[in-house]
Every structure is written in structure tokens, then in C-alpha cells.
Write a protein that binds this ligand. Structure first.
Ligand code: ZN
Length: 374
């Protein structure tokens, strides 16, 4: 439980008149037609080494920016409220003068992007302006004192501008219907005989791919990996994970864990990404390094992932040279469960129910492989 500290000197930052005109020029009926469940208007953000914040948003979104001065031990904060709720709230480590960035949900239908600076960072709120540079681009210059030591951000700032607000098709997740696949139907293998290493890709400061609505590969793969681990443990398989939380693990230790544990199998779990400007690219693929058992493992898992992903293209079980599958000595596969940048795959991967189906599907594929290759 936390108590609310009194806010000291809260400033609502000015937006440039041009921007206000932009918003005001929109027919009110269009704004009023926005569904209450609209996803976050925040599409991408970046904070650079010159202390410049750039945003990409839904076209003609109405934003509000705020500044709060620092106090003992806490640096100043700048935050921006945008319409629509974020897919999930999150905290991103900062760099340089930026201590931390948070994406919060202060209300049912609001996204709050918070930049907390290091204590002692000097910002002049009278000079801060959030400027709209086009219908969906924004810029705020916070100055060299606020600069990051390396650029931080989420999403694709370079994506082409949306044609127009009117042309936007309401976002409709197409989730697989029907009952959740039963874990009771999973094949049985001798208890205690097999050891599996599950490698949730990325983690910590490396979020992997970042897709639509800020959906991060690291979160998707960690959730599926943890569920997969408990499903297989219930089946009597010894499971080791290369990470169980949001930490950064380099690739060689992931391989060393697998090789030193004399595991029988290794699965590295990922989600794919292309540019946010290519939502048309979707699909599921599984990589193996060498044929034989690894190929059979990859194909078994690929088949089951496809079975729960109607409409998502089959990109195949195919050879790949990824470090973690090249250097592990046991049969191994690297799964790409779909594209976080794909219009079909992304809403699915963002859905906890679908991630559950995915975990059950991967468990099913792995157990079928073990039954066929004891
Ligand atoms: Zn990855």
C-alpha cells in the first residue's frame, strides 16, 4: 500500500497553438465515435541523447503534458496523458539523466507515459512544450541536462503516418474461439525420466522485439515459458529455465546451463517481429540446427502451435543458425510463436487466454515428440 505524497508545484505544460487547432479542426462526431475500449493512442516513443522526446500516436489524439518538480531524493518528472488504455503497464529502465520510464494506467481509458529524471536534474518547466509536428507526431525538447546516455524507446517511430483518422478500422482482436484445450489430454511419458531446459528469449534491458501497442516479446515469451514449465512439471518432466524473471541473461550462459545439466531437450521461446509498418506479415515458424531429432522436435512443436492459431501462416520447421540451438548438444529447437508486429498474431499474443493455449500446444508437441522418440 502506498500513500499519496502531496504533489509539489504541478505544472500543466503548454501545447503549441498549431496543435490545438489540429485537434479542434476534427469533426466532433468523429471524436465522439471513439469506442470507450479504444487501445492506447501511444504507438511509439523515443528519448534521445540530445534530451529530445519524440512520440508517435493515433492521429489527432488529444494529449496533455505535465511537470512535477523533484524533492529530496526524487528527481523531477514529466508525464504525458494519452487517450486509451495501455495493453499493459510497465517500467522501462532509463539511461543518463532519465532514471526510469513508466507506462501507467491512471484511469480506465488513459495511458500515462512518465519520465522520471535523476535527482538534481535541472528542467525549466516554463520552457517545456509538447509540440505536434504532424497529425500523429509529437516532440518535446527537454534540453541537454535531461539527455539520455543512449537512446531509449518503444515501438517504431519511423512508421509511415496513418492515412487518416476516418480510415482507421476499429481494432478487433480475432482470438481463437472454443474451449481451452484440456491438459488432461496431453500424452503421458515416464515420470522423472526427462530433463528439459526452457529458454525464454531476451529479458531485462533487452525486451526483444516490440510490437503493436507496445507488446514486448520478452513479456510474451516469459509468460508462455513459465506456463509451459508448470504444465510439463505436472507431467513428471524435470524443467530448468534459463531465466524466470525480467533479467538479462547472455546467450553463452543459457547454452552452458543446458549442456552442464545434461538435459535431454532444449527449447528457446521467442516471438517474431518485422516493422510496425508491415502488420500484414504474420505466421509461426520453428528452427532447428541439425536434422534428425532436432528436426523432429521442431516439426512436432510447429504442428501443435499451428493447430491453435487459425489463419496464421505456416512458415515451417526449418534450419536456422541461432547460437542457442547451434551450441546446445541435445536436440533443440527455437520457436517463433507469431509476430508481435502482425495484425493477426499481435492481438493473440497480447491475450492471456491465447498464451495459455500456446503453452498447452507447445507442451503437447514436446510430449508427442518424446512418445515417438523415447
Ligand atoms: Zn527473439
Amino acid at each position: 500500500m502506498t500513500s499519496h505524497l502531496p504533489r509539489r508545484r504541478l505544472w500543466r505544460l503548454a501545447r503549441l497553438p498549431g496543435l490545438l487547432l489540429l485537434a479542434a479542426a476534427l469533426p466532433l462526431s468523429v471524436l465522439a465515435a471513439l469506442p470507450a475500449w479504444a487501445a492506447s493512442a501511444l504507438s511509439a516513443w523515443r528519448f534521445n541523447r540530445e534530451g529530445v522526446l519524440e512520440l508517435r500516436t493515433a492521429p489527432a489524439a488529444v494529449l496533455q503534458a505535465f511537470y512535477e518538480e523533484g524533492r529530496a531524493g526524487v528527481g523531477p518528472r514529466v508525464w504525458i496523458d494519452l487517450p486509451g488504455a495501455p495493453q499493459r503497464t510497465r517500467t522501462i529502465p532509463g539511461s543518463g539523466a532519465v532514471r526510469q520510464v513508466r507506462v501507467g494506467r491512471p484511469g480506465e481509458d488513459t495511458t500515462r507515459l512518465v519520465f522520471e529524471f535523476q535527482p538534481g536534474t535541472l528542467l525549466d518547466p516554463t520552457r517545456l512544450r509538447l509540440v505536434g509536428t504532424s497529425a500523429d507526431r509529437w516532440r518535446m525538447e527537454l534540453g541537454p541536462a535531461a539527455a539520455a546516455s543512449f537512446p531509449i524507446g518503444e515501438g517504431d517511430l519511423e512508421a509511415p503516418a496513418a492515412p487518416s483518422w476516418r480510415a482507421q478500422v476499429p481494432w478487433q482482436p480475432r482470438l481463437p474461439q472454443g474451449p481451452m484445450p484440456s491438459t488432461a489430454g496431453l500424452p503421458d511419458v515416464p515420470r522423472g525420466r526427462y530433463t528439459l531446459v526452457i529458454d525464454p528469449g531476451h529479458g531485462g534491458p533487452d525486451p526483444g522485439a516490440v510490437g503493436i501497442n507496445g507488446l514486448r516479446e520478452t513479456d510474451v515469451v516469459l509468460d508462455v515459458s513459465l506456463q509451459l514449465a508448470s504444465l510439463l512439471q505436472a507431467k513428471g518432466i524435470n524443467v530448468l529455465l534459463t531465466r524466470t524473471s525480467e533479467v538479462d541473461v547472455d546467450l553463452p550462459p543459457r547454452v552452458a546451463l543446458a549442456n552442464n545439466s545434461r538435459a535431454d531437450l532444449f527449447l528457446s521461446i521467442h516471438a517474431n517481429a518485422l516493422s510496425l509498418s508491415r502488420p500484414d506479415v504474420n505466421g509461426i515458424e520453428t528452427f532447428f540446427f541439425e536434422g534428425g531429432r532436432s528436426r523432429a522436435l521442431a516439426q512436432a512443436v510447429q504442428d501443435q502451435m499451428l493447430a491453435i492459431s487459425p489463419g496464421s501462416p505456416d512458415r515451417g520447421a526449418r534450419p536456422g543458425r541461432f547460437f542457442v540451438i547451434r551450441r546446445t548438444v541435445m536436440p533443440s529447437a527455437l520457436l517463433e510463436m507469431g509476430f508481435v508486429t502482425g495484425s493477426l498474431d499481435s492481438p493473440r499474443l497480447a491475450d492471456p487466454g491465447f498464451r495459455r493455449r500456446m503453452a498447452v500446444a507447445i507442451a503437447n508437441g514436446l510430449l508427442r515428440y518424446l512418445v515417438a522418440n523415447p
